[in-house]
Design a protein around this ligand. Structure first.
Ligand code: SAH
Ligand code: SF4
Ligand code: F3S
Length: 456
C-alpha cells in the first residue's frame, strides 16, 4: 500500500471541500491579513490545508519592503508554478507585491490572480472567475476598507497570542518606504469593533493581543467625540480582563506623553515600545523624511524611561541610505549606545522603485560598505542586547508561556512584559500560563531562568 504523508483528521464534512493553501510573508499586519483572507475563504466554503499538493488554490500573501524579500517570494512562486504542470490549480498573489507590481504579474501567465490588500472581500468571486485565459486582477485601494466586520481565523495555533489590526495604510512619506504605495491611505477602525474582537479573543482563551498599525500613534476615530490611540489603549485595557496588551508600531514623531502615561497606569499593558529610529544622523533623518531629529528621539526615550524605568525599547535601523557618510554611520552607532536598545531589526537600504528616495537620491553607498556598516550595527546591537540582558540577571519576572524551547522541548519559553524571551523548566505548567521566574544567566537573545519558587 502506498504510504501517505498526511493523515487526514479533518471532519468528514470538510474533506470534500475545496482546499486553500496560504503562505505569508512580511509584517505582522500581513500575517493578520492572511487570517482575514482565511475567514473570507472559509465563509465561501474553502478549508485551509498545509499540504500544497492537495490545494486547489495557492495564495502567496506577499511583502515588498526590500528587494531581497521580493526575490525570496519569486523563488517560491516558481515552485508553485510547478504544480500547474501536474494539475489544475489557481495561483494567486495577494498583499504588497500584488499592489506594487499589478498587472505585470499576469504577463507570461505568471499567476492566475492578483489581489491588492483592499480587495480581499472579492477573492472568492475572483477565484471562481479564473480560467486559463482569464486571469483576475483587483488592485484598487480604498479609503474605507478596514475589514472591521470580519473575524480573522487565527492561524498561530498556540491559541495564546493574537493580532488585532486597528488601522490600515500609512499617511507618512518616509522617502525610502514602499508601504504608502502598497497599502494606501491611512484609515482607522471603529473602536467598538476592536473591543468586540478583543473580548472575543479573551472569551476564546487568548492571553495576549497586539494592536497593529504602521503608525499606531496616529490612530483616530471621530464619531461625535474623538478617540485617539491613548483612549483606545485605555478602553481595551479597562474592558478586556485577563489579557495583556502589546502594540506596534510607534512612530517617534507621534508617540505622545498621553500614550506613555496610559501605559504606565495599566498593569496589563506590556512595558515595551517598538520605536524605529532608522538612523542616528540628522542629515539622514531629514532625507528619510522621518520628521524628527536625533535630539527629539533621545528626548522621547528619556520621557519613556522617566515614566516607566522598566520599559523595553526596541528599534529598526537602516544601514547605507542614500549619501550616508562614515560620520552619519558613526552617529547611528553613537545613538544606539546612548539609548542602549534592548533589541533591533537591522537592514541594508534597498531602493524601492517609485519611492521619493528612488526618484530623488542616488543609491550611492557601495554594496560592500553597506554590508560592512550593517555588520558593525549588528555586532554593536549584540553587545547592547547582552548588556541589557545582564542587567536582568537575578531579577524576577512574570512571563506568559507561549511555547516550548527550540533547543529543549522539555523547557518552556515565554516573554516578559518588556518583550524579552525567557527559557525555563516548569513542571506542571502549560502554554498560556503565567510563571514567576528568576533570571539565572543570559545570552544576547535569551534570559535563562528558573521558576521563582524552585530550588536552586
Ligand atoms: N511602519 C513602521 C515600519 C514599517 S517597515 C515604521 O514606520 O516604523 C519595517 C522596517 O523596514 C522599517 O522600520 C525600516 O527600518 C525597514 N525598511 C523600510 N523600507 C526599507 C527599505 N527601502 N530598505 C531597507 N529597509 C527598509
Ligand atoms: Fe513606511 Fe514610514 Fe509609513 Fe513606516 S511610517 S510604513 S516607514 S512610510
Ligand atoms: Fe511588507 Fe507590506 Fe508589511 S511591504 S512589511 S507586507 S506592509
Amino acid at each position: 500500500m502506498a504510504e501517505t504523508k498526511h493523515t487526514d483528521i479533518r471532519p468528514l464534512k470538510d474533506r470534500n471541500k475545496p482546499k486553500i493553501y496560504i503562505e505569508t510573508y512580511g509584517c505582522q499586519m500581513n500575517v493578520n491579513d492572511s487570517e482575514v483572507i482565511l475567514r473570507i475563504m472559509q465563509d465561501a466554503g474553502y478549508v485551509l490545508t498545509d499540504n500544497i499538493d492537495e490545494a486547489g488554490v495557492i495564495l502567496a500573501n506577499t511583502c515588498s519592503i526590500r528587494d531581497n524579500a521580493e526575490q525570496r517570494i519569486w523563488g517560491r512562486i516558481e515552485q508553485f508554478r510547478l504544480q500547474k504542470r501536474r494539475r489544475n490549480v489557481v495561483i494567486g498573489i495577494t498583499g504588497c507585491m500584488a499592489e506594487r507590481l499589478k498587472d505585470s504579474l499576469l504577463e507570461n501567465h505568471t499567476v492566475d490572480l492578483v489581489a491588492g490588500p483592499d480587495s480581499y472581500r472579492n477573492l472568492p468571486e475572483m477565484i471562481k472567475a479564473v480560467t486559463p485565459d482569464n486571469p483576475q486582477i483587483n488592485v484598487l485601494l480604498s479609503q474605507e476598507e478596514t475589514y472591521a466586520d470580519i473575524s480573522p481565523v487565527r492561524m498561530d495555533r498556540n491559541g495564546i497570542s493574537a493580532f488585532i489590526s486597528i488601522m490600515r495604510g500609512c499617511n507618512n512619506v518616509c522617502s525610502y518606504c514602499v508601504v504608502p504605495y502598497t497599502r494606501g491611505a491611512e484609515r482607522s477602525r471603529d473602536p467598538q469593533s476592536i473591543l468586540r474582537e478583543a473580548r472575543e479573543l479573551a472569551d476564546n482563551g487568548y492571553r495576549e493581543i497586539t494592536l497593529l498599525g504602521q503608525n499606531v500613534d496616529s490612530y483616530l476615530w471621530e464619531n461625535g467625540r474623538k478617540t485617539d490611540f491613548a483612549d483606545l489603549l485605555e478602553s481595551v485595557a479597562d474592558s478586556v480582563p485577563g489579557i495583556r496588551i502589546r502594540f506596534s508600531t510607534s512612530h517617534p514623531k507621534d508617540i505622545s506623553d498621553k500614550v506613555i502615561e496610559t501605559m504606565a497606569r495599566h498593569g496589563n499593558i506590556c512595558r515595551h515600545i517598538h520605536l524605529p529610529v532608522q538612523s542616528g544622523s540628522n542629515a539622514m533623518l531629514e532625507k528619510m523624511r522621518r520628521k524628527y531629529t536625533r535630539e527629539w528621539y533621545l528626548e522621547r526615550v528619556g520621557r519613556i524611561r522617566s515614566v516607566m524605568p522598566d520599559c523595553g525599547i526596541s528599534t529598526d535601523i537602516i544601514a547605507g541610505f542614500c549619501g550616508e557618510t562614515e560620520k552619519d554611520h558613526e552617529d547611528t552607532l553613537d545613538l544606539m549606545k546612548a539609548v542602549g536598545f534592548d533589541s533591533a531589526f537591522m537592514f541594508q537600504y534597498s531602493e524601492r522603485p517609485g519611492t521619493l528616495a528612488a526618484r530623488k537620491y542616488p543609491d550611492d553607498v557601495p554594496a560592500d560598505v553597506k554590508t560592512a556598516r550593517l555588520n558593525e550595527i549588528i555586532s554593536l546591537q549584540n553587545t547592547l542586547s547582552l548588556e541589557s540582558n545582564r542587567k536582568d540577571v537575578g531579577k524576577r519576572f512574570r512571563v506568559l508561556i507561549d511555547g516550548t524551547s527550540k533547543r529543549n522541548a522539555e523547557e518552556f519559553c515565554g516573554r516578559t512584559s518588556s518583550n524579552k524571551v525567557c527559557v525555563f523548566s516548569a513542571p506542571g505548567y502549560g502554554i498560556g500560563d503565567y510563571a514567576e521566574v528568576v533570571v539565572r544567566s543570559c545570552t544576547s537573545a535569551t534570559l535563562l531562568s528558573r521558576l521563582a519558587d524552585a530550588e536552586e
